[in-house]
Design a protein around this ligand. Structure first.
Ligand code: ADP
Ligand code: TRP
Length: 327
């Protein structure tokens, strides 16, 4: 993988609230790794998508700035990577329309983001129904080679691939059919209760909360009750699973030994994990806070991204318009 030629990578994240360890290991870290090995990245904030859930304008504005600040704080660099806001590129909506004329109703009715809501009895909006088509437009408009996403988004990328193939079949080869990449080894970061870490389960350990709240979240990790002095089982321990993400092989072995000897309690293990989190994330946490005090730096990066991504998207749209007979 490391010796491969550079690829064009596209991914997006919804600005839907505080970022957590799952978002870091499942998404942000993949992006910085790709950037550092010389790939061409297009990373955007899916603010149109988040209108399906966020109904307060100020929340949306705040979340967008926070997410871009987070990307920047973790090292995404506007000189190398195109960072932009989806809604800054209106051409994506026209591409969405053209693709929606290819999309099959029953395929969308069976898409999980829509089906899950309907199954829960929540009234789904038309926006939620067409969510995968907008996502296909995001992906296909930059002609990306690879789309790295978490497992939960795999189906959406598959729908994008199908739409590209359908368009190409109808009008001749126009759109690149991208690969989907789901990193298996870190596919699911567990939350404080052992389930997948997710905002919607309230089991997150967040990246940019106060030290006090971070400590509280780490202390809330659920552990199995055990008698004093008895060894703790590391195999199933939620603290251990998270500790592993931050530590070298020898540190992991050392902690494993302490668990087996019964020379460490959960409180102590949680303190060690908290220290690791601070060690790894404090520089980015500081930079994040600084950026939010200097919002013009964030806006500048978004302006550069808007121009760069806009140019690529306009080229794709011009070809599509030509092919379908709009131009
Ligand atoms: P949440 O489940 O908290 O709402 P999102 O769906 O907004 O998180 O996820 C944003 C990005 O972070 C996606 O790429 C997603 O796959 C990744 N991600 C979220 N939670 C996890 C997790 N627990 N493990 C691995 N990746 C995750
Ligand atoms: N639906 C994705 C999520 O909720 C966000 C997203 C929107 C996206 N458009 C995308 C991800 C295009 C990858 C590619 O996480």
């Amino acid at each position: 993988m490391e010796s491969q030629k550079p690829e064009r990578i596209l991914s997006g994240i919804q600005p839907s609230g505080d970022l957590h360890l799952g978002n870091y290991f499942g998404a942000i870290e993949q992006f910085t790794r790709r950037q550092d090995r010389g790939d061409e990245l297009f990373i955007f904030v899916a603010d149109w998508h988040s209108l399906t859930t966020i109904k307060k304008a100020d929340d949306l504005r705040k979340n967008v700035l926070q997410i871009v600040a987070a990307y920047m704080a973790f090292g995404l660099d506007a000189d190398k990577t195109t960072l932009y806001k989806q809604s800054d590129i209106p051409e994506i909506q026209e591409i969405t329309w053209i693709l929606s004329c290819q999309a099959n109703m029953s395929r969308l009715q069976n898409a999980h983001s829509y089906k899950d809501k309907v199954a829960k009895g929540i009234g789904a909006s038309v926006g939620l129904f067409t969510y995968p088509v907008l996502m296909a437009a995001d992906i296909l408009c930059v002609q990306s080679d690879v789309v790295p996403v978490g497992k939960d988004q795999k189906q959406h990328v598959e729908i994008s691939r199908e739409l590209a193939e359908k368009f190409n079949k109808a009008y001749g080869k126009t759109l690149k059919v991208p690969k989907v990449e789901t990193p298996e080894e870190i596919a699911v970061i567990p939350g404080t209760d052992g389930q997948k870490m997710s905002k919607s389960y309230g089991n997150t350990i967040d990246l940019f909360v106060t030290d006090k709240k971070l400590k509280k979240q780490v202390n809330s990790i659920v552990t199995k009750p055990i008698d004093q002095g008895q060894p703790l089982g590391w195999e199933t321990c939620n603290v251990f699973k998270l500790y592993k993400l931050f530590s070298s092989a020898s540190e992991v072995e050392e902690l494993k030994k302490k668990y087996e000897e019964g020379s460490i309690g959960y409180g102590h293990a949680k303190a060690e994990l908290l220290e690791k989190i601070h060690e790894k994330f404090d520089p980015a946490r500081k930079e994040f806070a600084r950026l939010l005090e200097n919002k013009d730096e964030i806006e500048k990066v978004l302006t550069i991204g808007k121009e760069r991504a806009g140019e690529v998207v306009r080229k794709t749209l011009a070809t599509m318009r030509e092919k379908v007979g709009l131009a």
